[in-house]
Design a protein around this ligand. Sequence first.
Ligand SMILES: Nc1ncnc2c1ncn2[C@@H]1O[C@H](COP(=O)(O)OP(=O)(O)OP(=O)(O)O)[C@@H](O)[C@H]1O
Ligand SMILES: [Mg+2]
Length: 377
Amino acid sequence: MYLKKLSLTNFRSYQELSLEFQSGLTIFTGDNAQGKTNILEAIYLLSVAKSHRTNRDREMIHLERDYAKIEAEVATKSFDFNLEIVLNNRGKIAKFNHIEQPKLSHFIGKMHAIMFAPEDMQLIKGSPSLRRRFIDVELGQASPIYLSELLDYNRILKQRNAYLREFGRSSIFDQIYFDILTEQLIEKSLIIIENRVKFVIALEELAIPIHRDLSNQRDDLSVEYIPNSKRLDYTQLETLKDQFYVLFSESLEQEKNRRTTLYGPHRDDLKLSINGQEAQQFGSQGQQRTIVLSLKLAETELIYQLTNEYPILLLDDVLSELDDNRQHILMNHIKDKVQTILTTATIEGLKVHQMEHAEIYEVTKGFVTNLNGKKGS
Ligand SMILES: Nc1ncnc2c1ncn2[C@@H]1O[C@H](COP(=O)(O)OP(=O)(O)OP(=O)(O)O)[C@@H](O)[C@H]1O
Ligand SMILES: [Mg+2]
């Protein structure tokens, strides 16, 4: 699929911006703080209904305005559709083909986009919650059912934690009620874990050869979804239900003391290793960047396998950090099949052989000028 048109109203530094895109490569260039990333952020927001760099939606509304609107026209192999998000003081309104969606989960994943931004390096260095979020966001784009199961899981977890917090050590602890919550939690855990395990196995399979190419055949990547307890074994999914029942019954006292749910997918992690060594501890900056890039490219393939459409690839300021060889491999990978929209401070030195076909825009103080001859607005 590809983005054909984008219109912004009061989004970040843009009061009005209207752009048309081609299905190949688009480059936004310009000095720092001119508004390049803002454009990618708006596109990404249409895909997962969340910014890649803030949890506070208000930040995305122009400072002197009280609402922001992002509109897009998207083309797929079989039909075109329209997306719209309005941000205001009351929250978010999301429309698909001009019809307001009752739940954001109905809107998420209509347009698939994969973002690779500097923030994504945290995928390796940051906390497990960021790696879980990576899985959830990507899986959620491809599978709306997963998203609704995850919301259910989080709701039950919240209830169970609230009960432990309130009555953990009290004499009116209602074991029967608590067991029902535990049972519901385990049921949802099994669904979440099974989906995540399958996703990670498929992602790993696609990422390994990409990563070998990007590392000049030097490094073997491994990606593994791991539980936060040594007593759980996710390679044995058939027995997982029993494993959880035993673990929860034996940890009841500990959970009452700690007043929170100690085991389950809300505490799991993604383990990334190169040649058997954990990337977080041993990987160099360059190696870590190569891993993230491999995962993102593997995701574009995975989304294609699942939906028969390539997602839109958004690359924020990452190209200049890659050496010539990696830039080549990256561009070869997306050639002619993945719409790619990227930002870079300067186009000098970029070894992008599709450059001659690229649509190039210069961004200056929130104004966008087409350098191929046409004027943007
Ligand atoms: N809500 C907002 N209202 C008005 N302006 C905003 C708002 N949020 C951000 N900006 C402005 O947008 C600009 C930053 O835009 P952006 O992050 O897209 O820059 P950039 O071109 O990607 O820069 P860099 O090359 O440093 O990454 C800043 O000048 C900032 O003041
Ligand atoms: Mg930027």
